[in-house]
Design a protein around this ligand. Structure first.
Ligand code: FES
Length: 302
């Protein structure tokens, strides 16, 4: 890390009447600890190295063993942590140094720059979606006509798709679905073409294309294998199914075989936990699968 754009903060734990506490890690456990301490009138510094609090649980769909919605459990705690008068959030921060005895120590913390005004930030995520560095697509000049000059047969197909939806902007998701179904992914040039033809900002198209896992910006295989890694499927052996598929196909999850026959992906709960472990190949669903059955299933598509 360079010094530029970084801010260092000293957090002292020495002179509060009832002391102050540093909680490291703002996952569900850290948040609960911070709330309990804050309710007991301790000044709490809740630190996490990631830009947002919530930890791994924020990425889960369901929780084991009750299958409760993870966000429903977390959301009230997230709100409480951000609003509690005794809690100071130090997200996107890391500990540099600790000195002093227990109960009277000093911590040196590096708070990384976010390059946004935190007071104005509403956590909408638009800056991440439209980041010109992360989404290289935006670096290209908007008027770059070469990106819009599609081959004739592609242009005919896209025009046909647009015609099916009356060229309506409101049908953008359906148009992207049809385009994705035709190419098996969303080529950058086509997205630019759609942006111009529909008069819809490219950033909006890109936001939709990156939000739904059904869409891909990279070429994918003719058969897309999705293995459910939701809680139930995980417990019932999904990791072994994935390992077997990786071995048989010679690729890792998220990759496509060289002959473009198969792409291997993970998905959260497919909604049929009673059949766990579950995988799909294209539109076909396979439940209660074993490692041995994986080979038989693959054979059907080769
Ligand atoms: S966890 Fe629900 S289908 Fe896999």
């Amino acid at each position: 890390m360079s010094g530029e754009g970084l801010k260092t903060t000293d957090v002292s734990a020495k002179n509060e009447m009832v002391g102050s506490v540093l909680v490291v890690g703002a996952g569900i456990g850290g948040m609960q600890a911070a709330l309990d301490l804050a309710e007991s009138d301790f000044k709490v510094y809740l630190l996490d190295k990631s830009p947002a609090i919530g930890g791994t649980m924020a990425e889960l769909d369901k929780t084991f063993p009750t299958n409760d919605c993870a966000m429903c459990i977390m959301a009230p705690k997230l709100v409480e942590c951000t609003r509690h008068r005794n809690i100071e959030l130090l997200s996107y921060s890391e500990i540099e140094d600790i000195e002093g005895p227990a109960g009277r120590f000093k911590v040196r913390i590096t708070k990384k720059a976010r390059f946004v005004d935190e007071d104005k930030c509403t956590a909408c995520g638009d800056c991440m979606t439209n980041c010109p560095v992360r989404n290289e697509i935006y670096i290209l000049e908007p008027e770059d006509q070469t990106m819009i000059d599609l081959p004739a047969e592609d242009r005919v197909k896209i025009e046909e798709i647009l015609h099916q939806h009356n060229g309506e902007k409101s049908a953008l998701v359906s148009i992207l679905q049809s385009t994705n179904a035709f190419y098996n992914y969303l080529p950058e040039g086509v997205l630019r073409y759609l942006s111009r033809q529909l008069d819809v900002p490219l950033s909006l198209i890109y936001r939709i294309a990156t939000f739904y896992t059904a869409f891909s910006l990279k070429p994918r295989g003719r058969h897309i294998i999705r293995v459910c890694v939701g809680t139930t499927c995980h417990v019932k052996g999904a990791p072994l199914i994935i390992e077997t598929l990786e071995r048989k196909l010679g690729i890792k999850r998220g990759e496509t075989t060289e002959d473009m026959a198969f792409s291997l992906e993970e998905v959260a709960c497919l909604g049929c936990c009673g059949l766990a472990p579950v995988m799909t190949v294209g539109d076909d669903l396979y439940g209660k699968i074993s490692q041995a059955e994986v080979t038989k299933i693959l054979r059907k598509y080769t």
